[in-house]
Design a protein around this ligand. Structure first.
Ligand code: FES
Length: 97
C-alpha cells in the first residue's frame, strides 16, 4: 500500500471496494477495518475517529476507520464480514464448496 494515503484511498486504488458511505468524512462506520499487522505503521487515532468508532459494530483493539488513518509503512488489513457488500464484493466472502 502507498505511504501517505489512507487505507480507504489505497484500497480503492487497488480495486478493493471498501465501503465509504459518507465519502471519507468520518460520519459513518462503513469503512471499518481490522488491522491484522502493522498498527504501528498507521497515524494515531484522533478524537473524531475514536468518537465515530464507538458507534461501529464489532469493534476490537485492532479496529480503525479506513478513511481516517494514513499509512506510514506495511499493514495487513481485514474487512469485517459485516462490512462486506454482498452484491459488489461477493468474492471476499468465505466460499461454501
Ligand atoms: S467512509 Fe464514513 S467514516 Fe470512513
Amino acid at each position: 500500500m502507498a505511504a501517505g494515503k489512507t487505507i480507504l484511498e489505497a484500497a480503492l486504488e487497488n480495486h478493493v471496494h471498501l465501503e465509504h458511505a459518507c465519502g471519507g468524512n468520518c460520519a459513518c462506520t462503513t469503512c471499518h477495518v481490522y488491522i491484522r499487522e502493522g498498527m504501528q505503521n498507521l497515524t494515531e487515532m484522533q478524537d473524531d475517529e475514536a468518537d465515530r468508532m464507538d458507534t461501529a459494530t464489532g469493534i476490537t483493539l485492532q479496529s480503525r476507520l479506513g478513511c481516517q488513518c494514513k499509512i506510514r509503512g506495511d499493514v495487513v488489513v481485514e474487512v469485517p464480514l459485516h462490512n462486506v457488500n454482498i452484491v459488489s464484493e461477493s468474492d471476499l466472502l468465505p466460499k461454501n464448496d
